[in-house]
Write a protein that binds this ligand. Structure first.
Ligand code: ZN
Length: 76
């Protein structure tokens, strides 16, 4: 998952180019990684992808993303 450094939100919206074919879907896997599906293709979103295409739903910010994982050990 990713978290906005400005407002701490984890919700985002993908802004993809209009020439992208197929439906864009976002999901998370068992490791809390963000999976992006575009048509038949599927890949794990990394920080570079997020900062290029993801807009924060909290503050409309872009390029403020950082990795955010729930870690039960270090959360103590
Ligand atoms: Zn934000």
């Amino acid at each position: 998952m990713f978290k906005c450094k400005k407002c701490q939100a984890t919700e985002f919206q993908l802004v993809v180019q209009k020439n992208v074919q197929g439906e864009v879907q976002v999901a998370t896997n068992e490791f809390n990684e963000v999976i992006v599906k575009v048509g038949d293709q599927e890949f794990i979103a990394d920080l570079m992808f997020m900062n290029q295409f993801a807009v924060c739903k909290g503050c409309d910010g872009i390029k403020h993303w950082d990795y955010f994982f729930h870690d039960p050990v270090s959360a103590m």
